[in-house]
Design a protein. Structure first.
Lengths: 576, 576
């Protein structure tokens, strides 16, 4: 089956399963009022107003009833009818009546199976018997039409597949995704927290999450210095007028926090780091010979997002971007873009992301600058991608207001996509801020600016890494790299000796000297996903060694402390 | 002469010099109206309303006239008179009339020398001839009574000493202070900038300043991990209610920025980092065995200060504190304070500050908590200081609202004092936020919190280091540690080879391959205060070496690249 045919068949199956579920619910809950029942990726849902709240225990009963309806193999019958006839038919279904009123056409279509009938455009399978493997996965509350002023309905989600194997695979993958959910692991591994007292979407990094961030930031800084970037620091607030000059106030207002008053001026939390970098650039006259200038900053920015869309570390209101702005001449743009894309590839492989997709986003409806500027910028992005032979797709109209961009989407171990690096070419801000340099000809030229972030945001990166590795971070990123477990009290001093030996070698080691039993300590270290457990008893003490156990459960036997030190250090060094 | 006598004699001399200056000005500018003429440290000033603006060229003329008056050796004569008589005497001096009106007594005192008479409490020297060595240093505008709605007067500053040697020493020190001014060096060495467009007191760290900050932050983090601190990151904004609970809203409002509205809640830029740390602490139940917990953060805070008091990097509105909060049991407080004081001593010596003064600040008028809490906290600070045999002075009433503190004031190379480390014991916030732990007895106990910062603020530290070292930062802090200067074009490749060799060894090296002459490059590197200049020509190329010159001008002759590398690396390692 080719992809398109397959998609269409899935659509019919999901749609049909939704109708079957609705019929089952109506039979089990007489008087149920039906909302809408669309298809989604891998499945479907339907919204109901019922006489009582559903519990997870209801789902198997509804599934049984669905199987009964499937067994009857009733054909799906389509009928077109006038709106008045439809209104009569759905007279006890107020939500359907609302939908009928909104349909602009004179007639509507309804689909029926047996005695059940639903307002629907279709398409459906031929009969209920063609729905194969399905499962109702969960229930949730949902406002009618997503409007919190409307009644709260009960939504039942389900999935359906052609074969048992496909369904099973899906369910396993779902369970794995739930197991890897960074919000769950973030708590279990004590990486971060949010607090109602501080406000939603504002992250507190706990010591273990912060160690990961420190390692990443150190690595990032060293790599940027090596590649000719200069690190800078700029303030988190600035006068509002600056954001008017930049165009953010006009084009980006929905994401801005409300202003702060001070001494008759309005200040604003920065949504981006670019303006500080522009002002540093402009603090002296630049010559064509001093370009490119590359300013990098681990800059925390604040953007307003509705509470409803906030999601763990992945979508927040305050985040630290690994931002940089490259100021260069027109003839340097392509080379700089190639350099940035090289850095992107290096960073992606360093963090273990083998798969990613590249998108070239072009001019949106609302944009600053001229169409020809946009054309030129888009072309230079295109040429850089082609020089590196990077396959890409065009994402029309998805550029930011000040320029076209390259977006890289990472795939984690479960195939989920994450927003990754972004590279934007900007001919617009340099004009608005008169960002220029003295050319070889002795006169002023406007510089080109490239905005780029390769890790995106520290918060989202930690979310992504947590899910990608299921919390078992590579050694170089592990908050604790080795736990030393003394078998008895008399081994505690020796354990601390190893600890300080490892720590002097830059290894994050910790002794577990609690009074608990060894096996429990090993189990806890495994749950904590510590890469190396070093068990020490009499035998180990006499041979200046330790017994190594990996978090996988694998036992590596006895190794000398010196060997262990070099084993862990080289794993960290190689970013394993 | 003992200090007090000396002080009194200086006071008389400065006061007398001020009167002599006023007489000189009146003689040179007939009709001059006199404001006030007090003494200040090392000297005096006097405010005048004159027929024309003064220029620096006027100062020598005034000095000449002063010398004439001194030569006449007129006695200072004091006289008490009724206010009406005084009003008559000063009838053409409106500012003096204003002062007379405000004196509550029935009579006033006036001092005269020759024909000059001034409203004055004294004391003075016996005669004008006793004023020895003096110099008028500069002029400035000053509003009458410091009120911008009053007329702007012209202020002349002067200094006076007993001997020529003292005056000369003072003038040399002043010139040196001006040469070391961090605002001047900050610009010359390209360390930082502020921008009217962003707002006053908000710092942009340029690449060279940022390198110093990175080195300091890395050093700071490593040292804190070594000493059992955990690094965390917390948001720059939080809901206003949190600051009401903490007491900041009541006790600290003058320093708070105005709130930010979002979704019906008020948020505020944080003036301190403590509350995020409290919430992380409270994110799980803590046992007495897990204490002390030490959270450290390089946390940027925002505090409102009037524009008028902002000063370079030393007094700003946004700054990054090297903050930490220690949560511990009552029986651990003293030990923790000793640990912090040890860290303070280590840090001070690492940055080259040999001299500092320690102050113990006690309960202010407005305070939170009970007097007995304050007593207990003050005692534990006192005991820790005494255990380390650190001499200290008590600064009564200078504690912050939530607890007493130890303040350390650093002395830079010129003897100027800088606000340094601060350590506060806090029994108050733990109560307000119910910060507790489960004791050995199984029940809840309130924890004690210690707030501390050892470097103070990155901004102020950079200001202080810049002035302390006059911009010639020690090798480990120098933004550029070595400049490699090729003698001719044919040596450029070799220079770059050395550069990458040094950089691979972690040394911040840079080739100066501009077309300028060698001597000019050396001069510029010296002005930039780069510790090592490595000159390379034919001789150096054939021997894989370079000729080393220090920024002092000293010539160390030829050394192999390997020797140079280890010379620089070990200087940096030893924090020289």
């Amino acid at each position: 089956m080719i992809a398109k045919e397959r998609e269409e068949r899935e659509e019919r199956m999901h749609h049909s399963a939704a109708h079957i579920m609705a019929e089952a619910v109506q039979q089990l809950f007489p008087g149920a009022r039906l909302g809408i029942g669309p298809t989604i990726i891998n499945g479907f849902y339907y919204d109901f107003e019922l006489s009582r709240p559903l519990t997870p225990d209801d789902l198997p009963l509804i599934e049984d009833k669905m199987r009964e309806i499937i067994g009857q193999d009733e054909p799906f019958v389509v009928e077109e009818m006038g709106k008045d006839e439809a209104r009569h038919l759905f007279s006890d279904q107020p939500y359907k009546l609302e939908l009928i009123d909104e349909i602009p056409d004179a007639s509507v279509t309804v689909y029926s199976q047996g005695s059940f009938v639903d307002l629907c455009r279709g398409p459906h399978l031929d009969s209920t018997g063609q729905v194969r493997e399905f499962k109702l996965t969960h229930i949730a509350g949902a406002y009618w039409r997503g409007d919190e002023k409307q009644p709260m309905l009960q939504r039942i989600y389900g999935v359906a597949f052609d074969s048992r194997a496909e369904l099973d695979e899906y369910l396993v993958r779902q369970a794995e995704a739930a197991r890897r959910d960074h919000r769950k692991l973030g708590k279990e591994l004590d990486l971060y927290s949010t607090h109602e007292e501080i406000g939603p979407g504002l992250i507190c990094w706990h010591p273990k999450g912060a160690v990961i961030r420190e390692v990443i930031e150190d690595f990032w800084r060293a790599e940027h210095h090596r590649r000719g970037y200069d690190v800078v620091y700029t303030p988190h607030i600035a006068k509002l007028d600056l954001w008017k000059t930049s165009g953010h106030w006009d084009f980006y207002r929905d994401y801005l926090f409300s202003p702060i008053e001070m001494e008759g001026h309005q200040y604003m939390l920065r949504p981006m780091n670019c303006l500080g970098h522009i002002l540093i650039y402009k603090s002296e006259l630049r010559s064509y010979r001093s370009l490119p200038i590359r300013y990098a900053e681990l800059g925390t920015v604040y953007r307003y997002e509705r509470t409803g869309v906030l999601y763990g570390l992945a979508r927040v209101r305050g985040f630290t971007q690994d931002d940089a702005h490259i100021f260069c001449r027109t003839d340097q743009v392509e080379e700089e873009l190639v350099g940035v894309l090289n850095l992107v590839q290096f960073m992606m492989s360093s963090f273990g992301f083998g798969e990613y997709e590249v998108f070239l986003s072009t001019r949106p409806d609302r944009y600053a600058g001229t169409a020809s500027m946009w054309e030129e910028a888009t072309e230079s992005l295109r040429r850089a991608l082609e020089r590196l032979e990077l396959p890409y797709e065009v994402d029309p109209g998805e550029g930011v207001f000040y320029g076209p961009k390259i977006d890289v989407k990472l795939k984690d171990a479960l195939g989920h996509e994450w927003q990754g690096p972004t590279i934007q070419v900007d001919f617009n801000l340099p004009q608005r801020f008169d960002v220029c340099y003295i050319g070889e000809d002795g006169s002023e030229h406007t510089a080109v600016m490239i905005h780029r972030t390769v890790l995106g945001a520290m918060e989202r990166l930690l979310a992504c890494l947590t899910e990608h590795y299921g919390g078992a971070f590579p050694v170089w990123l592990s908050p604790v790299q080795a736990v030393i477990i003394p078998i008895a009290d008399r081994h505690v001093d020796y354990a601390h000796q190893i600890e300080s030996d490892l720590m002097n070698g830059g290894i994050r080691a910790r002794v577990d000297d609690r009074p608990q039993r060894m096996n429990m300590k090993i189990r806890e270290a495994q749950l904590e996903k510590v890469p190396y457990m070093l068990v020490v008893g009499d035998k180990e003490m006499t041979s200046t060694s330790a017994s190594i156990r990996l978090r996988s459960g694998e036992d590596l036997g006895l190794e000398t402390v010196k060997e262990i030190k070099s084993r862990i250090a080289s794993a960290a060094e190689e970013r394993l």
